[in-house]
Design a protein around this ligand. Structure first.
Ligand code: SAH
Length: 370
């Protein structure tokens, strides 16, 4: 059987450069300009490979929109604010958010919309979901305008590439992906780990045992640092929701999902979504290091309840048909129930030093020195 184009490309890349880090593999499999998963496939929804919170229930995006408007008011309602979303997928969250904030006087006029999205195909989908709205797309936060910003991102960080270190015979090696010639397919191997990665394994993770894996997303850390730097310089706040662990720990969370089922991450690059749990500890420490206030983690269930999800659902049900009302209730339940998405998904936030509190959170974990 001839391997698919992306597998052939990876085989040649491995022949030229040696085994690939998991990070490089994720980057190619997700965002290769011709064959990458996000560039080629329509991953979201019941017919796709996975479903995300905004696709489950409109209340998710609405509450996040209202959160943004509340923070804008807390900031003294500045006349210009960049509303920024990272990895907007189908644009559903933003469409729901913008609809909800129409009730907040002045916010829609003040807000200009900026989307950070790597996939040209998804940019088109977002364009269609947000008709009649001025949108500027960005490859990274570096090109955002120099004004206060409210930033949001759902399931953005889990899509960013990770490195995997594996502890073998007393040293950290980098888990990597080579080509098995006899089987003619991608296969796990390992290679020397760069000292700049090894030094990022925190002592709090405990002494490693043979075979332990530690995951590091340098891209996620850099993105969060850029976000915090922008917010410290220009003002504003950011809210990020994702699944992952609250404390840095050993473990292999690299996973592939296809048609709502776990798949072998090396079996069909470009055809399955690849993700890893987010190391919130690492992101929160990065926010503190950039001189911003860091909030969380709080669970998605606790956060949405604090923002009044039950009340919002009740309100919407009044004008809904019986079927719509039932779907609203079951969608909202799925977002907050501990056995569903309520506990695995967590929320963190970053705020400029002048913003000591944010809706839905307790006091900051790392408070910036003002
Ligand atoms: N927020 C959406 C989609 C989550 S999927 C939702 O909740 O439904 C991840 C999103 O991040 C996709 O839009 C994907 O194209 C985008 N993405 C992945 N890697 C990226 C990167 N390095 N830079 C910008 N966007 C990226």
């Amino acid at each position: 059987m001839t391997p698919a184009p992306l597998s052939q490309y990876l085989r040649d890349l491995i022949a030229a450069e040696g085994p690939l880090s998991v990070a490089r593999y994720m980057q190619e499999a997700l965002l290769h300009p011709a064959h990458g998963y996000y560039t080629r496939r329509e991953p979201f929804g019941t017919d796709g490979d996975f479903i995300t919170a905004p696709e489950i229930c409109q209340v998710f995006g609405e509450l996040i929109g209202l959160w943004s408007a509340a923070v804008w008011q807390q900031m003294g309602s500045p006349s210009r604010i960049a509303l920024v979303e990272f990895g907007p997928g189908r644009g559903t969250l933003m469409a729901d958010a913008l609809r909800a904030v129409r009730i907040v006087p002045g916010f829609t006029d003040a807000a200009e919309l900026h989307l950070v999205e790597a996939s040209p195909r998804l940019r088109e989908v977002q364009r269609a979901a947000l008709p009649d709205i001025d949108v500027t797309w960005h490859d990274s936060p570096a090109s955002l305008p120099p004004c206060p910003a409210l930033m949001i991102g759902n399931e953005f960080f889990d899509a960013l590439p990770i490195h995997q270190l594996v502890f073998l015979s007393g040293t950290w090696r980098e888990r990597s992906i080579g080509w098995d010639r006899s089987e003619d397919r991608l296969a796990w191997t390992q290679k020397r780990a760069g000292p700049e990665l090894v030094e990022l394994v925190p002592e709090t993770a405990g002494p490693p045992e043979e075979g332990d894996i530690f995951e590091i997303s340098t891209v996620a850390r850099t993105s969060m640092a850029e976000i915090a730097r922008h917010i410290r310089r220009h003002g504003g706040a950011g809210l990020f929701i994702d699944y992952g662990h609250g404390r840095s720990a050993f473990g292999d969370t690299f996973q592939a999902v296809q048609c709502h089922k776990p798949a072998d991450p090396l079996a069909a690059p470009g055809s399955a979504d690849l993700t890893a749990h987010v190391d919130f500890d690492a992101l929160l420490s990065g926010i503190g290091a950039e001189g911003c206030n860091a909030f969380g983690t709080v669970t998605q269930g606790a956060f949405l309840s604090a923002l009044g999800i039950e009340h919002r659902v009740e309100q919407l049900q009044r004008n809904a048909t019986a079927t719509q009302a039932a779907s609203l209730r079951s969608g909202a339940r799925r977002l907050i129930e501990p056995a569903e998405m309520g506990t695995l998904f967590k929320v963190i936030a970053v705020a400029a030093p002048g913003i000591p509190e944010l809706p839905g959170f307790g006091p900051p974990r790392d408070r910036a020195r003002a």
